[in-house]
Structure formats: structure tokens, C-alpha cells
Design a protein around this ligand. Structure first.
Ligand code: NAD
Ligand code: MN
Length: 362
């Protein structure tokens, strides 16, 4: 019996709603496999916790998470707490503290879903974005000057390090090596962002020499955004800095059906620290409490978690079951044009997993 311990941080808004469905999926995987056990520890760190304690997580928060194998994260953010607090004091310390330097975000049009890009089909929309997840534009270096004067200004530093860029490039290349097209597209903006992006390009041009069998292309981020819409079929692995990768993946989500269908893994490839799995969407306060959030992004993140735990057959079972339910087309949440609830969607996926497992010998 293999045992895995999972830290669960449901968070705010629709976070707990979609986490509930993920937990049902995990429980089903345990039952179907028979040889694995998941144990859970729950952490109530969210905006409510902040309002009561003046911080998003306890001082020793990372210590409490450290010994778990993986973290399942919902989403944080509530109108009662400024967004930079909920993000900066909870998600970013976990990503940075646990060296989850890879943010893996598959952009894939699932069977049963139509892309808003009218002429694009399933084979055209199947790539993966690797977002640098620990440095870049999301730094806390900078500050305010000349407060209270007409010359008041804010400066935000963008930090690109050689080590940080090399390791994310190596990861992106090793991923490209395992894919069919063997193609890496790197986002840059060295024509306008002088110091950091020219350095980034320099590191790309050094590391690419070690991967002559992978076709590498550098694109300016603005042009690349257009490619996402005009010729997504040319993309295979896309690498972006922290901010560029963040923006590109909401666009990526949009071209494959929306934020309800976009998963992510915050990966520490060396497995020195726990990795964290979450949908790329936020807490969606506009639909929170209504029970209509689409849980697929979060459940697909569980599939990525299984891949990370070296249980790829379980990861595949989850993703295939999501697709089977979508192809059937009966159970759909409002974001997909249907009228079913979060729970009904979760139940349908669980039922499909059980049905598929009978034939797949899991
Ligand atoms: P959002 O992703 O929460 O919502 C954007 C839009 O997409 C909303 O209209 C929402 O209803 C819809 N949507 C998102 N997920 C959905 C789902 N699963 N099913 C159906 N519809 C869905 O982004 P936002 O509105 O910019 O941010 C809301 C809050 O979330 C803010 O506080 C923000 O800081 C926070 N946030 C947190 C994370 C995170 O926890 N990692 C990420 C992004 C935003
Ligand atoms: Mn984002």
C-alpha cells in the first residue's frame, strides 16, 4: 500500500466548492486502485482567516505544509481583503518557498468542447505553457518615492536570474523532448524591456545549443498573444516569464472554452518540497455560493497531481472521464452553456470514472 499525504487549502469563494468535487475524485481513485491511500490535512487559510488573525497563514505555515507530499489548492480572494494581500501572503510564499519554479498549464481543447476560434479543431489546440513561477515581474523589490508630492512614483523591479532562467529552460526543453512536435516557443519582449529581457534572450540562446534537436523560436509577447488566436496549431511547448505566462494562460484558457477548463500544477521538479495543484482561475466572487462553478479545471488539476505522483494511469483515467462526460454533453455547468450544478458535474465525472475503470483494469 502506497501512502500519500495531501495538504488541502480550499480558500475563498468557489475554491471550497470545486475542492469538494476534487476530493470526491481522489476518494474514487483510492477505491478503484486499491493499492494507494490518501490522507488529508485541511488548512483554513483564506480571507476570513486573515480578517481574524491579521495574516493569511500562520508564521510557521510553510513548516506545516512541508511534510505533505502535495498540496491541493482552491483559490483565494475576497472583496473584503485587498487582492495583493491574499495573493502575496499565501500563494506566492508557497510557490517561492517550496521552489515550485515550474507552473505547468496545459492548453488543450477537450473533446466535447467547441473553441470560440471558429476554424480550430481539437488537434489544433493542444499545447502546454510553462510559466516561470518564482521570480520575474512578481518580485517584492521596488517601492514608492516622493509620496505626497506631484512627483510621486512607484517602481517595480523585474528580477531575472541566470540560475532561474536556466532551470526553467531546461525543464521546458525536457518537456518538449517528450512531445510529438519537439518545438519550444519562448516569450520575450527584448525590443522594449531592455535589461531583463535581453538577458533572458541571452540565456535562451545559450541553453538552446544543448538542444539542437528541438526547434526553438523566440517571439515577442504581443505577437505571441496574436499567435495564440491566429495559429495555435504551431505551438507545442510555450515558455513565459511569471507575468507573461500568467497572462498568456488566461488567453489560452479562453481559446479552449474558458477558465472553468484550465488546470495547473506548481511543480518543484526535484521533489525536494511539495508541489501544489490548483485551477488557474480565481475565487470568482461573482458566482460564489451559487453552486454553479465548473469544477473541471480543479479536477483536471488532480489529474496533473496523479502524473506528478507517478500514477499516470490514474491521471489519464481522470482526464478521460472528464472528456467522456463532456462528449456525452448532458451534464454541463452554465459557463459551458448548460444548467447543471458544480456537484452534478463532479458526480457525473465520478460515475464515469467508475464505469471506465471496469474496462480499463485500473
Ligand atoms: P476569476 O478567475 O476568479 O474570475 C474571472 C471570471 O471567470 C469570472 O466571471 C468568473 O465567474 C469566471 N470563472 C472563473 N472560474 C470559473 C469556474 N470554475 N466556473 C465558471 N466560471 C468561472 O478572476 P478575477 O475575477 O479576476 O478574480 C477574483 C478573485 O480571485 C480576486 O480576488 C483575485 O485576486 C483572485 N485570484 C486568485 C487566484 C488564485 O487563487 N490562484 C488566481 C486568480 C485570481
Ligand atoms: Mn492568473
Amino acid at each position: 500500500m502506497r501512502h500519500y499525504s495531501i495538504a488541502v487549502i480550499p480558500g475563498d469563494g468557489i475554491g471550497p466548492e470545486v475542492i469538494n468535487e476534487s476530493l470526491k475524485v481522489l476518494k474514487t481513485l483510492e477505491e478503484l486502485h486499491g493499492g494507494i491511500r490518501f490522507s488529508y490535512e485541511y488548512f483554513d487559510w483564506n480571507c476570513q482567516y486573515y480578517l481574524q488573525n491579521g495574516r493569511m497563514m500562520p508564521k510557521d505555515g510553510l513548516e506545516q505544509l512541508k511534510n505533505h507530499d502535495v498540496i491541493l489548492f482552491g483559490a483565494v480572494g475576497d472583496p473584503s481583503v485587498p487582492d495583493h494581500i491574499s495573493v502575496w501572503e499565501l500563494i506566492l510564499p508557497i510557490r517561492k518557498g517550496f521552489q515550485q519554479y515550474v507552473n505547468l498549464r496545459p492548453i488543450r481543447l477537450l473533446r466535447g468542447i467547441d473553441s470560440p476560434l471558429r476554424y480550430k479543431d481539437h488537434d489544433d489546440l493542444d499545447f502546454i505553457v510553462v510559466r516561470e513561477n518564482t521570480e520575474g515581474e512578481y518580485s517584492d523589490m521596488g517601492g514608492r518615492l516622493h509620496a505626497g508630492t506631484p512627483f510621486e512614483m512607484a517602481i517595480q523591479n523585474n528580477v531575472i536570474t541566470r540560475q532561474g532562467s536556466e532551470r526553467i529552460l531546461q525543464y521546458a526543453y525536457s518537456l518538449a523532448e517528450r512531445r510529438k512536435k519537439k518545438h519550444l516557443t519562448v516569450a520575450t519582449k527584448s525590443n522594449a524591456i531592455n535589461h531583463t529581457m535581453t538577458f533572458w534572450d541571452e540565456v535562451v540562446n545559450e541553453v538552446r545549443k544543448d538542444y539542437p534537436h528541438i526547434q526553438t523560436q523566440l517571439y515577442h509577447i504581443d505577437a505571441l498573444a496574436a499567435y495564440f488566436v491566429m495559429k495555435p496549431e504551431s505551438l507545442d511547448v510555450v515558455l513565459g516569464s511569471n507575468l507573461f505566462g500568467d497572462i498568456l494562460t488566461d488567453l489560452g484558457a479562453a481559446i479552449v472554452g474558458g477558465l472553468g477548463l484550465a488546470p495547473s500544477g506548481n511543480i518543484n521538479p526535484e521533489k525536494q518540497f511539495p508541489s501544489m495543484f490548483e485551477a488557474i482561475h480565481g475565487s470568482a466572487p461573482d458566482i460564489a455560493g451559487k453552486g454553479i462553478a465548473n469544477p473541471i479545471a480543479q479536477i483536471w488539476s488532480v489529474s496533473l497531481m496523479m502524473d506528478h505522483l507517478d500514477l499516470p494511469e490514474l491521471g489519464k483515467l481522470v482526464l478521460d472521464s472528464i472528456e467522456d462526460v463532456l462528449v456525452e454533453g448532458i451534464v454541463r455547468t452554465p459557463d459551458l452553456g448548460g444548467s447543471c450544478t458544480t456537484k452534478e458535474m463532479g458526480d457525473a465525472i465520478v460515475a464515469q470514472m467508475k464505469k471506465s475503470a471496469l474496462t480499463k483494469n485500473i
